[in-house]
Design a protein around this ligand. Structure first.
Ligand code: NAD
Ligand code: MG
Length: 392
């Protein structure tokens, strides 16, 4: 029996994870559930899954969670606050940690799980973008496995039979990440000014949290994934390409020196990647509809439009700059996306804020987590200042 900690249990990835877990009660037990402040949903999950530990990151929500569990007769231990997320990730209650918190808030718990040698199912791409070298060092120290849950990286992982996390695989020429192109594929800069949060969050193929939905619409999601692929698979920026594939059936590809190209295909359903990570090296039922190639009939591919969707080239530039640049990019993006969702910034403003923040925060190497969080904070303040100046 594998005991699974789901960090971000109330979110889109958390929900898909618990769906797979519930299909295999003889294999998996959801022993730890953690969320930000949606106490009602977290309490309901505790009633259903009876975990050993429940963590609510916002301490103000702790009394309500306790009250709800007492009322429901659930004897789950309750902890609260950011430090409790570390206990959730690294404590004895779980062997497998699903890192599915959104944003930089997930970094400390992701690092803690790696350091503790847990099997780490990584969905929280912002953590590896911010702190790739530190996460790889923590994994090496802990000795556990990292299984990528991001569908593209999960696909590449499946297409690279001989690889070790963080090291390049022999004989590979390039990694090809597929991108749906988001809801505004084919739009020009003029039209993008009319984008509202509601439009941006209505993704054509995937149902996801609001932040990653906006990232998909700006192509920053693909930019973050290029950086993620660099760290996970030891590939240089020049050896990672993006191709737009609107059906989201080919999840990504690996091109070898001999001309072979291996791809992983499937429905756009995150349960495939999650089940792969949970059961690896075995394969289990994930509740995913089989692929019907005849019904699909065709798969389309086209170049990504980095002229219009500036976030993609900005991410490549940050990867090439290295050091703290990916963390600054990520922090500025998180602030800009939040401002966009709150109606304080227009859609094209997201890339503009990130570009200006990258120019304003001094570049330096990354060797300590504290320094990284300093730069994360500096970047957020810079981004807020620029947002306020631009739209006052
Ligand atoms: P979501 O918004 O649906 O869920 C986010 C979860 O994180 C929620 O459970 C929330 O309670 C928790 N959370 C948010 N802030 C927190 C904080 N400060 N402390 C503790 N918990 C906090 O997001 P999602 O779509 O499930 O995405 C989660 C992560 O997975 C993101 O990093 C995203 O990029 C990545 N990812 C998601 C998908 C997808 O299909 N949804 C695919 C690939 C990667
Ligand atoms: Mg992805």
């Amino acid at each position: 029996m594998k005991r699974v900690a789901v960090l971000g249990a109330t979110g889109s990835i958390g929900t898909s994870t618990l769906d797979v877990v519930a299909r295999h009660p003889e294999r998996f037990q959801a022993s730890v559930l953690a969320a930000h402040r949606n106490v009602e949903a977290l309490a309901e999950l505790c009633v259903r899954f009876r975990p050993e530990l429940a963590v609510v990151a916002d301490p103000a929500c702790e009394p309500e969670l306790r009250a709800r569990l007492v009322a429901a007769g659930v004897r789950t231990r309750v902890l609260a606050g950011p430090d409790a997320l570390i206990e959730a990730a690294a404590g004895d209650a779980a062997d497998v940690v699903v890192a599915a918190i959104v944003g930089a808030a997930g970094l400390p718990s992701t690092l803690a799980a790696a350091r503790a040698g847990k099997r780490l199912l990584l969905a929280n791409k912002e953590a590896i973008v911010m702190a790739g070298p530190l996460l790889l060092a923590a994994l090496a120290a802990g000795g556990g496995d990292l299984l990528p849950i991001d569908s593209e990286h999960n696909a590449i992982y499946q297409c690279l039979p001989q690889r070790r996390t963080g090291e390049g695989a022999a004989g590979v020429r390039r990694l090809l990440l597929t991108a749906s192109g988001g809801p505004f594929r084919g739009w020009n800069a003029e039209r993008l000014r009319t984008v509202t949060p509601e439009l941006a969050c209505a993704h054509p193929n995937w149902r996801m949290g609001r932040k990653i939905s906006v990232d998909s619409a700006t192509l920053m999601n693909k930019g973050l994934e290029v950086i993620e692929a660099h760290f996970l698979f030891g590939a240089a920026a020049d050896a990672i390409d993006v191709v737009v594939h609107r059906q989201s059936i080919v999840h990504s590809l690996v091109e070898y020196l001999d001309g072979s190209v291996l791809a992983q295909l499937g429905q756009p359903d995150m349960r495939t990647a999650i089940a792969y990570g949970l059961a690896w090296p075995e394969r289990i039922e994930a509740g995913v509809r089989p692929l019907d190639l005849v019904a699909l009939a065709r798969l389309d591919f086209e170049a990504a439009d980095g002229e219009t969707f500036r976030c993609l080239p900005l991410a490549y530039a940050a990867l090439r700059a290295g050091g703290n640049a990916p963390a600054v990019l990520n922090a500025a993006n998180e602030e800009a996306v939040a401002a966009f969702l709150e109606g304080r910034l227009d859609f094209p403003g997201i890339a503009a804020i990130i570009e200006e923040t990258l120019q304003n925060v001094p570049h330096r190497g990354v060797d300590r987590l504290e320094a990284l969080f300093d730069d994360d904070l500096t970047a957020r303040r810079q981004a807020q200042r620029i947002i306020a100046a631009r739209f006052s």
